[in-house]
Write a protein of this length. Structure first.
Length: 690
């Protein structure tokens, strides 16, 4: 009897121990898998947030919970614990019918913020909470509710249902064969119990219980082995997914922080890096320098050689300049052809200047890309952190302003920021923001300067824009025209000038009493603006008789800057019936062979040659050559900047067709054109032409 009781007691003990261990293992696996599922979903949602936060992708990510039958619901919170999305499992809806969806979700007495990250078990429900994002950069939270009691109860029931018959058989056999089977039954159960405890404690789910035979204990061991194997497979699957997600995060980090063309750090990275290091520099009273630069003539490289060559040039420059910097410096590409170099822990400001000069000197050397040999350079602006009062925005702005001065004064140079530049930058900003107002409120106006032929007749007038600002005073065209070009307002000014010339045309003809030609200056940026051609075409359609009175002046440098666009514009103008003049001729750095490939009517010789011809033999020789060249190719010549009778007489003797300058008349408003024309003719009469 004692033996039977012992057998029964032992069997029941082993059974309940196994059942308890089974529940512990199963419970642990449920909570671990729930935590892993929540974390993986949080990582998936982070990718969605990074990709424009698409609501459809968010819902799609949550619908993956349909595969897990014991999930009740899930709630998404933003970084401030405000719920903005929820998911309820269809099985949970079926088993708990209610008209109010809020009854399915988190009970009101539970505050989600009080739940610890990971898994918490409250009232037979497992709540898993995970951060979406990183701890120092939280994008939100996800809460997943899992039916904790029901799957464990079901597992317990299945285990009991499976084991009770076997247990009954074991006890029956034990009663009849106590002496022969007691050792065989108890020993494996003890070992199995010890094994389950070890597996539960060590979390080593790769362990397998070794047993021979096919009795109940062996079957139970096989079931436990199978359960452990399944748990291990799930864990390995989660490890694989986590590894993949980690690699994806690393790839995303590279995409977010590195320029895809050059591989250099991008604007986002360098600004974040600067923000951190500025705080450290201020804390330790150290200094750093910013070298802000862009590539001189880069747009021309793109236009003439193609964007592929331009991209390769940027990559080559990145490699070249990075190789010149020490290990602590940071070279980043901000956008387009704009780069920035950060020199941290700067001890001497002269070191930053030396780095800039070394870079400028090195980049001046021709760079060979494919079959091209590219001559380029960089214009650098230098600013220091202490002068920017340890403010990032000031630091970048100061370096940018200094770079602007480098490009304006002499490309391929470096400029140190000083506070006087702020005043100039402020004036540029004021001018830029006032252009539209000036056009609308008639602050801009035209003056006209007569052009007289070698025979003393008025050939035409050049329209010259002036600006008298109520706020800024009189602004010279040499100041506001480059600013208008840089801020995208130049075409608006050009259109206004053309329209005003057409408005003034009848008065101009009446004032000159001749069939005059009015010259309008065209910017290099106008040449590439298709809207300007459409604007001119519409005006000519409205005023079909004006083309014979219009001449468009293009500078030689703008023509050479984009030969294709300039030629296209010239063809358009010629087809419309107007004429073309090439302004500032002789100042461009190019072969004269291009003159045979363009259709121009007039060469306007730059006033530099006129002013120096009397005192400089070289300028005189160049002037004579240009006049002879123009005559040989059949183009008319116009010499501007004529300020003395000696200059006028010399030019007429050398075959110049048209003269323009202060000797004859300065530029005057519309109401004084008749007087200016009369003066020009009077001045012509004073010439001693033999």
């Amino acid at each position: 009897m004692i033996g039977a009781v012992s057998i029964i007691s032992s069997a029941l003990t082993v059974f309940f121990v196994s059942l308890n261990e089974h529940e512990i293992i199963y419970s642990d696996s449920v909570t671990e898998n729930l935590a892993a599922l929540t974390a993986n979903t949080a990582d998936d949602l982070l990718l969605v947030y990074a990709d424009n936060n698409d609501p459809f992708l968010i819902k799609s990510a949550l619908l993956r919970f349909d595969r897990y039958h014991h999930i009740k619901y899930s709630i998404l919170y933003d970084a401030n614990w405000h719920a903005f999305e929820q998911y309820i499992h269809p099985n949970y809806l079926e088993t708990n019918p209610s008209h109010d969806l809020s009854e399915y979700l988190l009970p009101s007495q539970i505050d989600p913020k009080t739940l610890t990250l990971g898994v918490s078990i409250l009232d037979k429900t497992a709540y898993s909470v995970s951060i979406i994002g990183e701890k120092d950069n939280i994008s939100g939270y996800i809460l997943v509710a899992h039916d904790y009691q029901q799957p464990i109860a079901q597992s317990r029931y299945e285990l009991i249902t499976l084991s009770l018959p076997l247990l009954a058989i074991i006890m029956l056999i034990g009663l009849t064969t106590i002496l022969s089977t007691i050792k065989r039954l108890l020993d494996p159960l003890v070992r199995l119990s010890s094994f389950t405890r070890e597996a539960s404690k060590s979390k080593q789910y790769t362990m397998q219980f070794t047993i021979t035979g096919s009795d109940e204990v062996a079957t139970l061991a096989q079931d436990i082995n199978g359960l452990l194997k399944q748990i291990n497979q799930e864990i390995q699957s989660n490890v694989s997914k986590n590894t993949q997600l980690r690699r994806q995060r690393e790839t995303m980090y590279q995409l977010a922080n590195n320029d895809q063309l050059t591989g250099l750090p991008n604007r986002r990275y360098v600004m974040s890096w600067l923000q951190e290091n500025i705080a450290l520099s201020q804390q330790h009273s150290s200094n750093l320098a910013i070298l802000y630069f862009d590539v001189d003539g880069f747009k021309g490289v793109n236009d003439r050689m193609g964007h592929d060559i331009g991209d390769k040039l940027l990559v080559r420059l990145g490699v070249l300049i990075k190789g010149m910097l020490n290990s602590g410096a940071v070279l980043a590409r901000l956008a387009g052809d704009e780069f920035v170099i950060v020199l941290p822990k700067l001890t001497k400001k002269s070191d930053a200047v030396q780095v800039a000069e070394d870079i400028i000197h090195r980049v001046k050397e021709p760079i060979k890309i494919d079959h091209w040999s590219i001559n380029t350079g960089v214009s650098i602006g230098i600013a220091f952190l202490d002068e920017a009062e340890y403010d990032l925005e000031n630091l970048i702005n100061f370096a940018d302003i200094a770079m602007y001065h480098s490009k304006k004064q002499a490309k391929g140079s470096a400029t140190l920021f000083n506070k006087d530049m702020l005043k100039k930058a402020l004036r540029r900003s004021q001018i830029s923001s006032s252009i539209a107002y000036a056009l609308q409120h008639k602050e801009m106006f035209l003056q006209y300067q007569p052009k007289i032929t070698a025979a003393g007749e008025i050939q035409g007038l050049e329209a010259l824009i002036r600006w008298d600002s109520a706020e800024l005073g009189f602004i010279m065209p040499s100041e506001f025209i480059p600013i208008a070009e840089s801020c995208g307002m130049i075409t608006h000014i050009t259109e206004w000038v053309i329209k005003q010339v057409i408005t003034d045309l009848d008065n101009l003809r009446a004032s000159t009493q001749e069939n005059v030609e009015i010259s309008v200056n065209i910017s290099s940026l106008d040449l590439k603006d298709q809207k300007l051609e459409k604007f001119i075409a519409q005006l000519i359609q409205q005023h079909p008789n004006i083309t014979q009175h219009l001449q468009f002046e293009l500078t030689e440098s703008s023509y050479l800057y984009d030969f294709k666009a300039a030629n296209s514009f010239c063809s358009f103008v010629k087809n419309m019936g107007a004429t073309i003049a090439l302004d500032d001729f002789g100042t461009g750095f190019s072969s004269l062979s291009y003159l045979t490939r363009i259709d121009i009517d007039t060469l306007k010789i730059d006033q530099h040659f006129i002013a120096n011809a009397q005192n400089n033999a070289r300028d005189k020789m160049v002037l004579d050559t240009i006049l002879e060249l123009s005559n040989n190719i059949g183009s008319a010549t116009c010499c501007e900047g004529v300020e003395s009778p000696e200059q006028a007489q010399y030019l007429i003797d050398r075959g110049c067709d048209v003269l323009q300058g202060f000797y004859f008349s300065e530029s005057v408003p519309l109401g004084q054109v008749a007087h200016a024309v009369a003066r020009a003719k009077k001045q012509y009469q004073k010439l001693d032409l033999g």
